[in-house]
Ligand binder design. Structure first.
Ligand code: HEC
Ligand code: HEC
Ligand code: HEC
Length: 135
């Protein structure tokens, strides 16, 4: 009797767990042609740890590629950070992220700093990598 009870208890936990894993795999079928690169883009210059997620902007917020490409951003990770004016001042002037993050179309670039700036720690948490130079 005891053994059957244990089997029931195990099943009661196992079945929902298997379902959760299955649901998770479905959600992970992400189409990069449709939504852009899955991995977030992270800039290091001029300050480290600023994040941009295609998945959020396209799949979740419904933006089209041509709302950003190629007028605001080139299709090349790291291109923008080579420009001297990739900074907050330019964004407050409506360039780069500031083209939309104006407090009207999307939350203002002058607010919620840490939504975009996840910092060095945030990057480490995200990538599971730590920068050896810091130790
Ligand atoms: C809200 C703005 C935005 C939208 C919408 C957007 N992108 Fe991007 N995309 C970016 C930014 C920002 C970068 C990085 C550019 C940089 O670092 O200078 C980028 C870079 C890329 C890259 C280069 C990635 C790499 O590793 O070099 C590809 C490919 C790309 N986008 C494809 C797409 C596709 C396909 C769509 C539409 C489904 C799309 N993007 C929509 C902002 C956007
Ligand atoms: C073409 C318009 C557009 C551009 C350009 C754009 N965004 Fe956004 N972004 C949006 C919209 C729309 C939302 C969702 C509405 C909101 O949160 O206010 C959003 C939301 C976000 C969020 C919140 C995501 C979340 O998880 O809630 C972050 C972070 C963000 N954007 C970062 C950036 C960064 C960094 C850039 C520049 C590299 C950028 N965005 C450029 C339109 C844009
Ligand atoms: C919509 C996204 C976004 C928001 C919100 C945002 N930033 Fe930025 N920030 C960026 C991007 C993109 C860069 C340039 C890339 C980099 O430095 O890695 C940048 C660069 C900077 C820089 C270095 C360049 C410069 O302008 O001196 C500072 C400092 C900075 N941000 C401070 C802030 C502060 C403070 C806030 C909140 C009041 C803020 N940021 C909010 C996206 C954002």
């Amino acid at each position: 009797m005891k053994r059957i009870a244990i089997i029931f208890i195990i099943l009661a936990f196992l079945v929902p767990a298997v379902c959760l894993v299955a649901a998770d795999t479905d959600e992970n079928e992400y189409d990069e042609d449709l939504y852009g690169p899955e991995a977030p883009i992270i800039w290091e210059k001029p300050v480290r740890g600023v994040i941009f997620s295609h998945k959020r902007h396209t799949m979740e917020f419904g933006l089209d590629c041509d709302e950003c490409h190629d007028e605001i951003f080139e299709m090349e990770a790291g291109a923008a950070e080579e420009y001297d004016d990739f900074n907050m001042e330019a964004m407050y002037d409506g360039k780069y992220c500031g083209a939309c993050h104006d407090g009207d179309y999307a939350f203002a670039a002058s607010s919620r700093c840490t939504t975009c700036h996840i910092g060095v720690r945030g990057v480490e948490r995200l990538t599971g990598k730590s920068d050896d130079k810091n130790h």
